[in-house]
Design a protein around this ligand. Structure first.
Ligand code: UN1
Length: 500
């Protein structure tokens, strides 16, 4: 134990033990013999210390000119870039996804850093003409205060970056609770803020469970906003915790994303896209392609060719560059996925490959699940309706564009969808009629870039968007400002204006 690496909380610019001194283990999901490190098992007192620091730091940080805040973020992005390989390797070790993808995850954080650094010099408001003489009016953005962030394990640094960078450039301070499975990635992020000279208390990290850290954080009255990414069940609890104090609440939740393949699609392209969308990140993306809806004229061929390719996916430790799919993040996540494989079978869908855990040799030490493909899946089945978050995808037949669009829409979620077709009319019709926050033409349901809004409709979100300039709407509030330079009392809506 003496040699085990112990990682601390980051509060008020210091690396500190949790108040109770308790820690928990973080292990590699590809090989649970490997201990990544011990992390602080924090409680409400640690959360309180972080909030006090963030609240105090806010007094000065909000007054740092936004372009200067942006410059600091620029340095952080540069440092992330310098350390990209180290961060990505550690991320694969703690989360399991393959190294190519963790490099992408880190790159997304770098991109967001550069983008939000630029917002330090924008954050545009408006001026509008007044109804009265000698009166000027404009809208300006103002920060809100302490922002709490509760982030998931599937994008361990990208998603924290979507929240932290815009929050900071707008002048807020931050307390983040990283996912219990992936604290090291956020810890590296904190190290970089520290190295770049962020003032103490501006960003704070408290590790631990949802019940002992997340709950006190989202319930604290000094917190003005909670930004949460995770399941719709927990999102609903976050929303209820925020309601009594009218705390702002940004929720990014589940998905059941579908790829529609029309009869005129380039089939090879559609197959490649569906494979990447379904089994990339071991299916553990909110945007994963959990359903493929295929036109009846190409259905049989699509299923055959897709299954052949799914069977050939190389599974293993994501640090091996030749591996194409890593493990589930944890034993319990693996068990949920294995359960859905059984549910699909029981519901009468046709299982073409997979259906279980990958075992034997080193696999026995990891949480590996097989790429699993069901066909003949109907809309009433749970595997059509429920988010699985694992290496399972289901194929459903459709007989027209309209039928396909209806099937894409017939789930409670609305994050991402895609259509494969060579017909521009069909592409635009689907773009208009599919009710999701993200839509792709001739591309998989994954792969969003940071300059456009990210988020979804229905049970996926509560109307907010991350990334892009829309992120500023979440992390700042408008102030309408009227300046009367007439020297007289002018009454809006009352005074009659005479044209001379
Ligand atoms: C997620 O699905 O949880 O669009 C985030 C994508 C990535 C982000 C995904 N850029 O696939």
């Amino acid at each position: 134990m003496a040699d085990d690496k112990v990682y601390k909380n980051y509060i008020n610019g210091e690396w500190v033990d949790s108040v109770s001194g308790a820690t928990y283990e973080n292990r590699n999901p590809a090989d649970n013999r490997e201990l990544i490190g011990l992390f602080q098992k924090s409680n409400a007192e640690d959360v309180n210390n972080a909030i006090v620091a963030a609240d105090e730091a806010y007094k000065k940080w909000r007054l740092v000119p936004a372009p200067k805040r942006g410059e600091l973020l620029f340095k952080v992005a540069q440092k992330l870039d310098e350390k990209k390989e180290m961060i990505s390797q550690d991320m694969t070790r703690e989360m399991g996804k393959i190294i190519k993808e963790t490099r992408g995850d880190t790159q997304e954080a770098i991109d967001m850093g550069y983008y939000m650094a630029g917002e330090g010099r924008r954050q545009f408001g408006e001026t509008t003409p007044s109804e009265m003489r000698n009166k000027f009016q404009m809208s300006i953005r103002q920060p809100m205060g302490v922002c709490a962030m509760i982030t998931p394990w599937n994008f361990p640094i990208a998603i924290p970056s979507w929240k932290i960078f815009p929050a900071l450039v707008c002048g807020n301070t931050v307390v983040i609770k990283p996912a219990t499975y992936t604290p090291l990635s956020v810890l590296h992020f904190m190290e970089i803020f520290d190295e770049c000279g962020i003032p103490p208390g501006v960003v704070n990290m408290v590790t631990g469970s949802g019940s002992s850290v997340g709950e006190p954080l989202m319930n604290d009255k000094r917190v003005r906003l909670v930004s949460f990414t995770g399941s719709s069940e927990v999102g609903s609890l976050v929303s209820q915790a925020c309601a009594p104090d009218f705390k702002h609440c940004m929720l990014e939740m589940g998905g059941k994303n579908g790829q529609l393949v029309m009869d005129d699609a380039k089939l090879e392209l559609a197959i490649e896209g569906a494979l990447w969308g379904a089994f990339g990140t071991t299916g553990q993306r909110c945007t994963a392609t959990s359903r493929v809806i295929v036109h009846k004229d190409v259905y049989k061929e699509f299923v055959e060719r897709f299954v052949e390719r799914a069977k050939a996916i190389k599974i293993g430790n994501g640090l091996d560059e030749s591996v194409e799919m890593g493990p589930a993040v944890s034993e319990s996540q693996m068990n949920t996925v294995l359960e859905y494989m059984q549910i699909g079978k029981k519901e009468g869908a046709k299982m073409h490959c997979g259906g279980g855990r990958v075992t034997g040799g080193d696999y026995d030490h990891g949480w590996f699940t097989e790429p699993t493909v069901f066909s003949d899946v109907t809309e009433d089945m749970r595997i059509f309706q429920e988010e699985i978050f694992g290496s399972v995808t289901s194929i459903t037949v459709c007989d027209s564009l309209e039928d396909g669009i209806n099937k894409l829409n017939n789930v409670v979620y609305g994050l991402s969808a895609s259509v494969y077709t060579q017909d521009v009319n069909k592409a635009f019709t689907a773009m208009r009629d599919v009710y999701t926050g993200i839509f792709y033409v001739n591309a998989p349901t994954i792969g969003a870039e940071i300059s456009l809004p990210f988020g979804g409709t229905k049970a996926t979100g509560n109307g907010h968007r991350e990334a892009g300039k829309q992120a500023l709407e979440v992390f700042s509030e408008w102030k309408a400002v009227y300046i009367d330079f007439s020297g007289a009392l002018q009454k809006a809506q009352i005074d009659e204006f005479e044209i001379e």
